[in-house]
Design a binder for this molecule. Structure first.
Ligand code: ADP
Ligand code: MG
Length: 668
């Protein structure tokens, strides 16, 4: 950053500004008001409405002020000596005050608490435009911000980077006009359009912001495409053999996605594809077919899952599918004994054709002989660090990321613009819909008897213990207590327990026993949240469901309804419910489609939560709203492609304007 760009302010103020993300003069230009106050008009005390922000001008009568129409009591919680003297002087000199605030009619008549006020000269004109109110932090006053922003607006380069005709066509004003208008709205501007951020000036700013996000993500996408990747050409022979052995046929969606992936693998640059599919949509077989293509082309495939339980389950499934075709499948996990692990690592480095495991797969000690394809299951569970590590793995393997946390379309289009996205939007046939029941924990007894009848009919049950965010230890204790309690209540049933603190092999043994039908009721923490697939389980009980997030509830519920049996998910909740907990439970009760649930979740929580693990890598949107500004996202996508192709210099200038030095951080 050139020092000319830097904000000129004393060091202490500069530190505080940095907290607001303001280091350059351009950052000040783009630090836009959260709202406006209307100081262009005066209201008389007598006609002032309660609770509406307004401005009066009045004479000082000690703690009272009066205008021609009436009196107003001022209340200050901390009244400084200097303030008293200032007000007394104003009174003695018969000067008037302009006060901005909300009036309430209380016991003492009309009063204003903590008004913003200032002494005015006689006949001082009212301001012509709305007063901007900026987001700020402790120790940086509105006045200080305004004093910095006005010169920044004058000095900063506000050059237009987009084609003026194109902007006019889309009703977007010029950049310079937009920022000037938003910092100092002229008289007569449609105030509610400003407040609601639907004014064309706001739309221009939001467009520019989304454009910066698209440019940054598309640019790193294109950069990764510059790298060569193994060509995974195949005749499809191996995949066909696998398909012939399955006891089901692919759904239309699976066939379409398989074709997309197969096409990508055939390209000389690495695939960067996100496969989204709701819980149970059949992502695993799609991944296995992709692996077949890599293997037939003479390369290795790696299949990584976020938990031991899931990785092991994939290992078993993939072995039964692929070993009969003569494919060597290896297993690698952190809980293997050292000697076994060393042997497996050697195998990965040499003969293994498919290696399944947890994130140990991407650790430095594991060297693949000729890695062609990396498959990441439940990718949202991996952190940024692991994603980076994966990118660093040699040979630029193709990447297939899979996720069962459906990302709403607008979110996928914006925050995931650096990936190609495939969607499995069809569930395999023959699934019976899961019935969801909301039951207060006062009726726990009824649930216990439902567990009995379920087991009596030969089915199995998951019992999920409450999530305790603050303490893993407490959560563990609750799981143990619940297990003891259920053993007492259901003494004649076989009850297992699985939680995060068990050793890897213990977890796996318990899950295997449950899968084999040797356990009737599995008491579990959220370790079973993702991927676990036991078709005979038909009842899921979730205790304290009000503590779980929506996507978690959806994932957990997806553990049942995997076979042809009638399945039920019981959400036990404890009263009283908070407003948001009630909203969440209502959504999960009324919806089974993961995309619809995700859309409503986005509405409830905003995008921050969805992109949590991507946060450090992706510029979050400050101004644009994914729900409201969908059309702008579409427009910006097209513009980003165009600029990167036709005017890369302007693309860079735009990125610099919006992201400044932060852009370096976004390469991840
Ligand atoms: P997810 O997308 O949640 O990972 P899975 O891959 O675990 O789903 O698939 C869920 C279940 O559906 C598995 O038992 C799988 O074998 C089965 N399955 C997958 N595709 C089909 C299909 N086309 N027809 C029938 N069953 C299928
Ligand atoms: Mg899965």
């Amino acid at each position: 950053m050139s020092s000319a760009d830097e904000i000129k302010a004393p060091p202490t103020l500069r530190d505080k500004l940095r907290k607001l993300g303001l280091t350059r003069s351009t950052d000040l230009v783009l630090h836009l008001p959260i709202r406006y106050e209307d100081e262009t008009a005066l209201t008389s005390i007598a006609t002032a409405l309660d609770g509406v922000p307004l401005q009066v001008e009045a004479e000082v009568l000690v703690v009272r002020v009066s205008d021609a129409s009436g009196e107003l009591v001022l209340r200050f919680l901390n009244f400084y000596g200097s303030q008293t003297r200032q007000l007394e002087r104003a009174r003695d000199e018969a000067k008037r005050l302009r006060l901005f605030g909300e009036i309430r009619h209380g016991f003492l008549g009309a009063e204003m608490v903590h008004p913003r006020y200032r002494v005015v000269a006689e006949h001082e004109a009212l301001p012509q435009s709305l007063t901007p109110v900026y987001p700020t932090t402790a120790g940086v006053s509105q006045a200080a911000l305004r004093k910095l922003i006005v010169p920044a607006l004058a000095a900063d380069d506000l050059a237009e980077l987009l084609d003026a005709r194109w902007c006019a066509q889309h009703d977007l004003p010029a950049y310079a006009d937009a920022v000037h208008l938003l910092h100092a709205p002229p008289p007569g501007v449609a105030e509610n359009e400003l407040q609601l951020r639907t004014h064309p000036a706001w739309r221009r700013i939001k467009f520019d912001e989304v454009l910066a996000q698209q440019l940054s993500l598309r640019r790193s996408y294109l950069a990764r495409r510059q790298k060569g990747a193994p060509l995974l050409k195949s005749t499809g022979q191996l995949a066909r053999q696998l398909l012939a052995k399955l006891h089901f046929a692919l759904t239309g969606a699976q066939q379409r996605v398989c074709a997309e992936i197969s096409h990508d693998l055939d390209q000389p640059y690495p695939m960067q594809r996100l496969l989204q599919g709701d819980v149970g949509s059949g992502k695993t077989i799609v991944a296995a077919l992709a692996a077949c293509q890599a293997i037939e082309a003479g390369y290795q495939a790696a299949f990584m899952a976020p938990t031991e339980i899931l990785a092991e389950q994939h290992y078993l499934k993939l072995r039964t599918w692929l070993e009969p075709l003569g494919i060597e499948v290896a297993w690698l996990s952190g809980s293997l004994k050292k000697s076994v692990r060393r042997a497996m690592t050697l195998q990965a480095a040499s003969t293994a054709q498919l290696v399944v495991g947890t994130h140990v797969l991407i650790q430095d000690s594991v060297d693949f002989a000729r890695l062609g394809l990396v498959i990441v299951d439940e990718q949202h569970r991996f952190g940024v660090a692991q994603r980076l590590e994966l990118r660093k793995k040699g040979g630029n393997p193709h990447q297939l990321m899979m996720s069962a946390t459906p990302i709403p379309r607008t979110l996928a289009m914006s925050y995931y613009a650096d990936l190609d996205v495939s969607v499995l939007d069809e569930l395999p046939p023959g699934r019976t819909p899961i019935r969801t029941k909301l039951i207060s924990d006062q009726r726990r007894n009824e649930v216990i008897s439902r567990v009995r009848t379920t087991v009596a009919s030969g089915r199995q049950v998951y019992w999920v213990c409450p999530l305790i965010e603050e303490s893993e230890k407490l959560q563990l204790q609750t799981a143990i207590d619940t297990h003891i309690a259920l053993c007492e209540e259901l003494g004649d049933l076989r009850i297992g327990l699985v939680h995060g603190r068990l050793r890897g092999d213990e977890k796996i043994a318990t899950m295997a026993a449950f899968a084999a039908g040797e356990i009737d009721v599995l008491v579990a923490t959220t370790v079973i949240e993702v991927g676990v697939d036991v078709a005979n389980a038909s009842l899921m009980v979730i205790e304290h469901a009000e503590r779980f997030g929506l996507s978690q509830l959806h994932q957990l519920r997806g553990r049942v309804g995997r076979g042809a049996h009638d399945s039920v998910c019981v959400l036990l909740y404890q009263k009283p419910l908070s407003e948001t907990a009630r909203a969440r439970l209502k959504i999960i009760f009324e919806n089974t489609d993961g995309f619809e649930i995700a859309r409503q979740d986005l509405h409830l929580r905003g995008p921050g939560e969805f992109v949590g693990s991507r946060q450090s890598g992706v510029p979050l949107l400050r101004y644009a709203d994914l729900e409201v500004d969908t059309d702008l996202i579409e427009l910006a996508r097209g513009m980003a492609e165009y600029l990167l192709r036709e005017a890369p210099d302007r693309a860079s200038q735009h990125l610099k304007r919006w992201l400044g030095s932060r852009e370096e951080l976004l390469k991840a």
